[in-house]
Design a protein around this ligand. Structure first.
Ligand SMILES: Cc1ncc(C[n+]2csc(CCOP(=O)(O)OP(=O)(O)O)c2C)c(N)n1
Ligand SMILES: [Mg+2]
Length: 435
């Protein structure tokens, strides 16, 4: 059954009135005697519509297909959304103080991330791009684990401090480790979906959910991944976060077609576009997309439209390529958190005092986690070389460890930058220097 909001992308009427002139081999395409080009995936030649349930001030739009949620669930959504900018602000400043090397925030995409996280089951396999920290937090990863990963300290369960900040991963939370090269997660997700289909106790129960930006969708891996997931059917849900920018490249220069959603039908993939600043619309769309993915055992594509309010990362100054006023306008006019807060207030589920108390509590929690993480040492230095590969240690890892031991013997005590760095590791790097 098609949902009310879903454009019927897969069963479009032919653009010409069909005249019965037979069929070509290997195709059910009707033959027509008049020449007609087309450049739209909607039957009406209009742009693909965007599903929304709350308007800009949090009021349900006419005929809105609102999800059934209770107060406790709404609060959970809201508190998780509010936690994200709290963490982003602190981590951004901590990077500016030189205490961590990098941060990438998700200002403006809180509804896309939390709405979709809430629509997934906790053990669906998630393959993110890098702005999906909120999915982990929704699953109970915890602020301390976020800080430990960003500081690369001994408590970093993602990678023992061996990854760049924000490159989270957690098998326990079914969250595959982020990798920097864009779009690699897309074909991998098709493979994960296929593996789930082949695993008896997860078939018909779990899906692979893959997040990526509209910029990453210009990579060859996007096309390979969608083709793979459609021709070797697998329960893979592709969530395109279209936030308007790929660093400095605006989406107007990223593609000429109708966004990312227009590509779904080309791969025979059920597709929907949703207002990514409307947390309830994202929740409904991703829930339905997930249901279809499982029911059909086939890929589904969701394109969530939003606006990247923050700079791309701490390595970017976005005012070099966009107007400050444009950003301020977007923040004010279409703020996903404010939209949902107004909805909550209208239900009698939230008020100004609770807002103030929540913000104070979240800030205190984040600051406490930051101070804790800052004080913890890194893992032992030798951990750099452990569990890189399964099984016996290969020669190249052994060779690299020996090389580092040699360099440490030569410079470890004498060269100030090395002395400082070594002091940050548990036991001061003695596991290698005294090896
Ligand atoms: C293969 C590859 N090319 C370029 C980069 C550099 N890079 C990192 S993020 C980024 C922009 C990605 O934009 P988008 O996919 O829209 O995601 P967003 O940052 O907007 O969330 C680029 C070009 C990279 N990491 N990998
Ligand atoms: Mg983008």
């Amino acid at each position: 059954m098609l949902c009310k909001f879903t454009p019927r992308l897969r069963s479009l009427r032919p653009l010409n009135r069909s005249v019965h002139l037979g069929h070509l081999p290997n195709s059910r395409s009707p033959i027509v005697p008049t020449l007609s080009f087309f450049n739209s995936v909607t039957a009406s030649d209009e742009k693909i519509p965007t599903f929304r349930v709350l308007d800009g001030v949090g009021k349900p739009v006419d005929g809105a297909q609102l999800p059934e949620i209770d107060e406790a669930f709404a609060r959970k959504l809201y508190e998780n959304m509010q936690l994200l900018p709290t963490l982003d602000v602190v981590l951004y400043n901590v990077q500016r103080q030189g205490k961590i090397s990098f941060h990438v925030g998700l200002h403006g995409e809180e509804a896309t991330i939390i709405g979709s996280a809430a629509a997934l089951e906790l053990d669906d396999e998630v393959l993110g791009q890098y702005r999906e920290m909120g999915v982990l937090l929704w699953r109970g990863f915890g602020i301390d684990s976020v800080m430990a990963q960003c500081f690369g300290n001994q408590d970093d369960i993602s990678g023992k401090g061996r990854q760049m900040p924000v490159h989270f991963g957690s098998p326990q939370h079914h969250f595959h480790t982020i990798s920097s090269p864009l779009a690699t997660q897309i074909p991998q997700a098709a493979g994960v979906g296929y593996a789930l289909r082949r695993t008896p106790d997860r078939r018909s129960r779990s899906i692979a959910a893959c997040y990526f930006g509209e910029g990453a969708a210009s990579e060859g891996d996007f096309h390979a991944g969608l083709l793979l997931a459609s021709t070797i059917p697998s329960p893979t849900l592709f969530i395109a976060r279209n936030n308007g920018f790929a660093i400095s490249t605006p989406s107007s220069e990223q593609y000429y077609g109708d966004g990312i959603a227009s590509r779904g039908p080309g791969y025979g993939i059920d597709t929907v576009r949703v207002d990514g600043n409307d947390v309830l619309a994202v929740l409904v769309a991703v829930r339905e997309a997930r249901r279809r993915t499982l029911e059909q055992g086939r890929a589904v594509l969701v394109e969530a439209m939003s606006y990247r309010v923050g700079h791309h990362s701490t390595s970017d100054d976005s005012f070099a390529y966009r107007q400050r006023s444009e950003v301020e306008d977007r923040k004010r006019i279409d703020n996903p958190i404010a939209r949902f807060r107004l909805f909550m207030e209208a239900q009698g589920w939230w008020n100004a005092e609770e807002e103030e108390a929540l913000k104070a509590r979240l800030k205190a929690d984040v600051m406490k986690a930051f101070k804790r993480a800052e004080a913890l040492p890194r893992c032992e230095l030798g951990e750099l070389f452990t569990d890189v590969y399964a099984g016996e240690e290969p020669w190249n890892i052994r060779e690299q460890r020996n090389e580092l031991v040699g360099l440490l013997k030569k410079y470890g005590k004498t060269w100030e930058p090395w002395r400082t760095e070594l002091s940050k590791f548990k036991n001061g790097g003695k596991d290698l220097t005294q090896a």
